[in-house]
Design a protein around this ligand. Structure first.
Ligand SMILES: [Zn+2]
Length: 174
Protein backbone atom coordinates (compact mmCIF):
# COMPACT_ATOMS: atom_id res chain seq x y z
CA UNK A 1 0.00 0.00 0.00
CA UNK A 2 1.42 3.38 -0.95
CA UNK A 3 1.65 6.22 1.50
CA UNK A 4 -1.40 7.98 0.08
CA UNK A 5 -3.64 4.99 -0.57
CA UNK A 6 -6.80 4.82 1.51
CA UNK A 7 -7.09 2.10 4.08
CA UNK A 8 -8.55 0.99 7.35
CA UNK A 9 -6.51 0.37 10.47
CA UNK A 10 -7.99 -2.12 12.91
CA UNK A 11 -6.76 -1.68 16.45
CA UNK A 12 -7.64 -3.48 19.65
CA UNK A 13 -6.74 -2.17 23.08
CA UNK A 14 -5.98 -3.41 26.59
CA UNK A 15 -5.41 -7.09 27.36
CA UNK A 16 -8.20 -9.35 26.10
CA UNK A 17 -5.71 -11.93 24.89
CA UNK A 18 -8.07 -14.92 25.01
CA UNK A 19 -10.70 -13.17 22.91
CA UNK A 20 -8.13 -11.88 20.44
CA UNK A 21 -6.49 -15.25 19.95
CA UNK A 22 -9.93 -16.73 19.33
CA UNK A 23 -10.33 -14.20 16.52
CA UNK A 24 -7.21 -15.31 14.69
CA UNK A 25 -8.94 -17.91 12.49
CA UNK A 26 -11.43 -15.24 11.40
CA UNK A 27 -8.59 -12.82 10.67
CA UNK A 28 -6.76 -15.45 8.68
CA UNK A 29 -9.90 -16.35 6.74
CA UNK A 30 -10.20 -12.77 5.49
CA UNK A 31 -6.47 -12.05 5.38
CA UNK A 32 -6.83 -9.29 7.95
CA UNK A 33 -4.05 -7.90 10.09
CA UNK A 34 -4.54 -5.67 13.09
CA UNK A 35 -2.60 -3.81 15.72
CA UNK A 36 -3.05 -5.00 19.29
CA UNK A 37 -2.19 -2.27 21.77
CA UNK A 38 -1.47 -4.24 24.90
CA UNK A 39 -1.53 -2.84 28.41
CA UNK A 40 1.00 -5.00 30.21
CA UNK A 41 -0.25 -4.30 33.75
CA UNK A 42 -3.99 -4.31 33.13
CA UNK A 43 -4.71 -7.75 34.50
CA UNK A 44 -4.22 -9.21 37.95
CA UNK A 45 -2.50 -12.23 36.50
CA UNK A 46 0.63 -12.18 34.35
CA UNK A 47 0.07 -11.86 30.64
CA UNK A 48 0.18 -15.13 28.73
CA UNK A 49 3.29 -14.73 26.63
CA UNK A 50 2.30 -17.55 24.30
CA UNK A 51 -0.89 -15.71 23.33
CA UNK A 52 1.01 -12.50 22.57
CA UNK A 53 3.43 -14.49 20.44
CA UNK A 54 0.50 -16.15 18.66
CA UNK A 55 -0.90 -12.73 17.75
CA UNK A 56 2.49 -11.53 16.56
CA UNK A 57 3.36 -14.72 14.68
CA UNK A 58 0.07 -14.42 12.77
CA UNK A 59 1.37 -11.19 11.25
CA UNK A 60 -0.31 -8.71 13.54
CA UNK A 61 1.42 -5.74 15.07
CA UNK A 62 1.89 -5.48 18.82
CA UNK A 63 1.88 -1.96 20.22
CA UNK A 64 2.31 -0.48 23.66
CA UNK A 65 -0.74 0.69 25.60
CA UNK A 66 1.30 1.58 28.69
CA UNK A 67 1.65 -0.45 31.88
CA UNK A 68 -1.16 0.69 34.18
CA UNK A 69 -3.57 2.46 31.83
CA UNK A 70 -3.38 5.76 33.69
CA UNK A 71 -4.58 9.18 32.59
CA UNK A 72 -1.53 10.77 31.04
CA UNK A 73 -2.52 14.39 31.61
CA UNK A 74 -2.94 13.87 35.34
CA UNK A 75 0.24 11.82 35.54
CA UNK A 76 2.43 14.44 33.90
CA UNK A 77 0.85 17.15 36.05
CA UNK A 78 1.84 15.19 39.14
CA UNK A 79 5.16 13.99 37.72
CA UNK A 80 6.53 14.61 34.22
CA UNK A 81 6.29 13.29 30.70
CA UNK A 82 9.75 11.84 31.18
CA UNK A 83 8.52 9.94 34.25
CA UNK A 84 5.53 8.74 32.27
CA UNK A 85 7.80 7.36 29.60
CA UNK A 86 10.17 5.79 32.14
CA UNK A 87 7.49 4.20 34.31
CA UNK A 88 4.51 3.64 32.04
CA UNK A 89 5.93 3.03 28.60
CA UNK A 90 9.50 1.79 28.74
CA UNK A 91 8.70 -1.29 30.91
CA UNK A 92 6.01 -2.34 28.44
CA UNK A 93 8.37 -1.94 25.48
CA UNK A 94 11.02 -3.93 27.35
CA UNK A 95 8.46 -6.64 28.08
CA UNK A 96 7.78 -7.05 24.37
CA UNK A 97 11.50 -6.86 23.63
CA UNK A 98 11.93 -9.89 25.88
CA UNK A 99 9.59 -11.72 23.49
CA UNK A 100 11.59 -10.48 20.50
CA UNK A 101 8.64 -8.38 19.42
CA UNK A 102 9.73 -4.93 18.27
CA UNK A 103 7.30 -2.18 19.26
CA UNK A 104 7.02 0.94 17.13
CA UNK A 105 3.47 2.05 17.97
CA UNK A 106 1.78 3.44 21.04
CA UNK A 107 -1.86 4.11 21.87
CA UNK A 108 -2.79 6.56 24.62
CA UNK A 109 -4.99 5.07 27.35
CA UNK A 110 -8.35 6.89 27.18
CA UNK A 111 -6.95 8.83 24.24
CA UNK A 112 -5.55 11.18 26.89
CA UNK A 113 -2.86 13.16 25.13
CA UNK A 114 -1.51 16.64 24.56
CA UNK A 115 0.99 18.30 22.26
CA UNK A 116 3.75 17.92 24.83
CA UNK A 117 3.25 14.16 25.01
CA UNK A 118 2.89 13.90 21.22
CA UNK A 119 6.18 15.70 20.69
CA UNK A 120 7.99 13.74 23.36
CA UNK A 121 6.72 10.31 22.40
CA UNK A 122 7.19 10.82 18.68
CA UNK A 123 10.91 10.46 19.40
CA UNK A 124 10.27 6.89 20.47
CA UNK A 125 7.45 5.65 18.26
CA UNK A 126 6.78 5.63 14.55
CA UNK A 127 3.02 5.74 15.11
CA UNK A 128 0.97 7.11 17.95
CA UNK A 129 -2.75 6.53 18.19
CA UNK A 130 -4.87 8.83 20.22
CA UNK A 131 -8.42 9.97 20.41
CA UNK A 132 -10.15 10.90 17.19
CA UNK A 133 -12.00 14.13 17.68
CA UNK A 134 -15.11 14.90 15.72
CA UNK A 135 -13.77 18.28 14.74
CA UNK A 136 -10.29 17.91 13.24
CA UNK A 137 -9.67 21.62 13.67
CA UNK A 138 -10.19 21.36 17.41
CA UNK A 139 -7.12 21.90 19.51
CA UNK A 140 -5.24 18.67 19.99
CA UNK A 141 -6.75 16.90 17.01
CA UNK A 142 -4.45 14.74 15.02
CA UNK A 143 -3.62 15.79 11.52
CA UNK A 144 -5.01 12.62 10.02
CA UNK A 145 -7.69 11.92 12.59
CA UNK A 146 -11.16 10.95 11.52
CA UNK A 147 -13.80 9.95 14.06
CA UNK A 148 -13.48 6.40 15.20
CA UNK A 149 -16.65 4.43 15.03
CA UNK A 150 -17.58 1.60 17.38
CA UNK A 151 -18.81 -1.47 15.63
CA UNK A 152 -22.49 -1.64 16.73
CA UNK A 153 -22.53 -5.39 16.35
CA UNK A 154 -19.70 -5.82 18.75
CA UNK A 155 -20.42 -3.37 21.54
CA UNK A 156 -21.53 -5.08 24.70
CA UNK A 157 -20.44 -8.42 23.41
CA UNK A 158 -17.13 -10.14 23.36
CA UNK A 159 -15.38 -7.40 21.43
CA UNK A 160 -16.35 -4.50 23.59
CA UNK A 161 -13.06 -2.71 23.13
CA UNK A 162 -12.85 -3.26 19.40
CA UNK A 163 -13.10 -0.16 17.30
CA UNK A 164 -13.03 0.30 13.62
CA UNK A 165 -10.77 3.24 13.19
CA UNK A 166 -10.45 5.17 9.99
CA UNK A 167 -6.99 6.53 9.50
CA UNK A 168 -6.92 7.55 13.12
CA UNK A 169 -3.19 7.34 13.22
CA UNK A 170 -0.64 10.00 13.74
CA UNK A 171 2.54 9.37 11.88
CA UNK A 172 5.83 10.18 13.42
CA UNK A 173 7.36 13.54 12.72
CA UNK A 174 10.75 11.83 12.42
ZN1 LIG B 1 -7.36 1.12 26.78
Amino acid sequence: MGDMDPGVALTFDDASLDKWVNLLPLFQKYNVRATFFICTGCTDSPLDRSKILALSDAGNEIGSHSVHHLHLSQYITDHSIHDYYTNEILPSVQYFDSLNIPVTSFAYPYGDQNSQSDNFLSKYFQKIRGICLLDPSEDGAFLLAIPRIPNPHMIGRFLFHCWIQFAGIQFSKI
